[in-house]
Every structure is written in C-alpha cells, then in structure tokens.
Design a protein around this ligand. Structure first.
Ligand SMILES: C[S@@+](CC[C@H](N)C(=O)[O-])C[C@H]1O[C@@H](n2cnc3c(N)ncnc32)[C@H](O)[C@@H]1O
Length: 346
C-alpha cells in the first residue's frame, strides 16, 4: 500500500487507536489495585523492621506490594522547578534512585498544590485552616525549640542564631514568623509557583526578605550536604511518596543533637470524619481530594519511622479546633491533628 495514501493513513490511525486502547486497559489494570493494597504497601514500608508489627502486612502478599501505584496526574510543568520536573529529569531522578535517596515527590499531590498556589496568602481561601493553625503550631515550636536550644521564649527574637529549614514551606505561612522570631530561615518546596509566591510575599517586609527560598526537595538538600539546627516539616509528610525515606532525609539535614519537628494528621476514624468529610465535603474549607486518609500516619508510626531515622521523639501534642471560637489550641488529644518534636541522636 502506498504509504502516503489516505487508506494507508487511516489504517495506521486505526492501529494507533487500538494500541492506545490496549495501553489504557493495561494501565487501568495496573492502577486498579484497591486502596487496601495501596495502604498495605505504605504500611509495609513503614512497619517492616518494627518489632512485632510485620504480622499486620503478611495478608497483603500480592505483587502490588512491591510497587505502590502512584497516580500519574500530569503536573503543570511550568509550575515546578525545571530541575525537578522535566521528563528528562524524572528519568534522571529514577536513575539517581540507584545511587542516592529516592524522590519524595508524589506528582498528583504537587499538582493539587500548584493549582491553588495563588491563594496562599488569602486568609479566607483554601489555606484558611493553616492560617488559623499558625499561632498554635508556632507556640509548640517556640516552646520546644527554646527549651532544647536554651533560648529565652519570652524574648522578641528567641530563634536568633538558629538555622532552620522549613521543608514543604508552601507560600511561607510558617517560614515568615520563624524569620521574625530571629531564625535564619531556608524555605523549600517542590512546587515552583509556591516558591514564587513565598518570595514575593516575603520581600514585602525587610524582616522576612532575608528568607532563602528554593524550589527543591529535602533529598536534594541532603545531596548538597546542607545541615540545619532545626528541620521543620509541617503538614507535608501526608503528601510525600515515602514517609520513611522522607524522615531519613529530614534526619540527614539535621545537625547532631539538632531538632526535627513534624506535624500531620492521624490515620484515625475521627480524622476521616473531621479532616476529610467535614473539612472537604461539608465545610468546604479545603478542595475535595486534598487529603487521602490512607496517606495519614498514626503517631505510633511516626515515632517508629523517626526512631529508625535516628530521631527520638521527645514531645508530642494535639491540635484541637473549637468551632465556636474558630481557634485551634494545643491539647493532649492527638486523635486528629498532631505535632511531634524530636532530637537527632549523636
Ligand atoms: C499542606 S502544604 C503545607 C505548607 C506549609 N508547610 C504550611 O504548613 O504552611 C504541603 C506543602 O508541601 C509541598 N510538598 C509536598 N511534597 C513535597 C516534597 N516531596 N518536597 C517538598 N515539598 C513538598 C507542597 O507543594 C505544599 O506546598
């Protein structure tokens, strides 16, 4: 058949469509493993090595455990650092996996943050809960870091002399007050749009314009051999590909005897009811799909994976929301939102 003829082209297109259908079917089959398998895969990584905990994953021995199917939602390539998002660099990252820490990036999660990057500083927008939570989490960070580094919590700039990295800093809601409290702050995020917004906002105030913002990941900073007195990852671990590896990177960034602070959401029924059903579906505080319940960690799991990363958790607190006042407070109720402070073993 003449390759330039219409008949030939039609036949080629038909073949192409058939091939695509076949590929889509295969992809669906691969992705179709149910959420229990996804959860089990996560648990396997978290729990393997924890005494007595392996029993809970023996039931899920199918091949889906070997590889957690990570949704492949396309991310707006313009919004993520060229150094971490081009196709070339994805394969580079995969190659790097053999030689260095695996990537913590979960592209479907980053796409969600990229889509609403412009709203970081809208106190009534999707980040309203983080703005409301800020004074409460800062109270915990201030008291734990001051105690650990023997700083005066009543001084105006208690973090003077401390070098802090805010991993997954978003638009800088937490980085900015840390800088105002005197810390030398580095804010990193995998979404370039977030970093641009954070930079623009920080430049509005001389006290925050000193923040170093960078579109990168914790593991990349580890490769660059950066070290910090304190490493903070607030509301980030539930969005990363591999929490245990992420904690290892946080630990590698922390100086010996330094501090690591992580806040996240408990994988409890109460968290499902409040952080997902109420916050996303009833109150519309957050866009639907912001959180995946299976990606949450229980406090026990977080303590274990931090321990395995040489971080001893010394203090933990819960954040409790009062719907009447619209305020958050620190509590010993860690059943939904919680924050942990740990120190790096020497
Ligand atoms: C819920 S927001 C929290 C932002 C900020 N920490 C705060 O609490 O105000 C999660 C942030 O983590 C970032 N992120 C997710 N995975 C990341 C990764 N592997 N490395 C760096 N940043 C990441 C997202 O882009 C997003 O800005």
């Amino acid at each position: 058949m003449d390759p330039s003829s219409n008949k030939h082209r039609r036949a080629e297109s038909k073949k192409y469509i058939e091939r695509e259908k076949e590929r889509t079917k295969e992809k669906k089959e691969r992705m179709g493993s149910n959420s229990i398998s996804k959860m089990a895969a996560r648990h396997l990584r978290i729990l393997s090595g924890c005494n007595g905990a392996l029993l809970s994953v023996r039931f899920f021995s199918d091949s889906t455990l070997a590889q957690e199917p990570i949704a492949s939602t396309a991310i707006d390539s313009a919004s993520v650092s060229p150094s971490i998002n081009t196709a070339e660099n994805h394969s580079q990252l995969n190659n790097n996996k053999k030689h260095s820490a695996p990537s913590s990036l979960k592209h479907a999660e980053l796409a969600k943050f990229s889509a609403i990057a412009d709203t970081w500083w809208d106190a009534e927008g999707p980040y309203k809960p983080l703005h409301a939570l800020n004074p409460t989490r800062l109270a915990f960070i201030r008291s734990t870091l001051c105690r650990h580094f023997r700083k005066d919590p009543y001084s105006a700039r208690p973090f003077e002399g401390l070098n802090i990295v805010d991993v997954g800093c978003g638009g800088g809601i937490l980085s900015e007050p840390l800088a105002r409290m005197g810390a030398t702050v580095t804010g990193i995020d995998a979404v370039e749009k977030n970093i641009k917004i954070a930079r623009l906002h920080a430049d509005l105030d001389p006290e925050t314009s000193t923040i170093e913002y960078c579109c990168t990941t914790a593991e990349k900073l580890v490769e660059e051999q950066r070290k910090f007195d304190a490493v903070i990852a607030s509301e980030v671990i539930e969005h990363v590909a591999d929490p245990a590896e992420f904690c290892k990177s946080l630990s590698a960034l922390t100086v010996s005897e330094g501090a690591t602070v992580i806040s996240t959401i408990n994988r409890s029924m109460r968290a499902y009811a409040t952080a997902i059903i109420a916050a996303e579906h009833i109150l519309h505080w957050l866009p639907k799909g912001t959180h995946q319940w299976s990606s949450f960690l229980t406090p026990e799991e977080l303590v274990l994976i931090l321990q395995r990363a040489s971080i001893d958790v010394k203090e933990m607190a819960g954040f409790v929301y009062n719907p009447l006042t619209g305020r958050w407070s620190l509590s010993d109720d860690i059943s939904v939102n919680f924050i942990a402070f740990g120190t790096k073993n020497s």
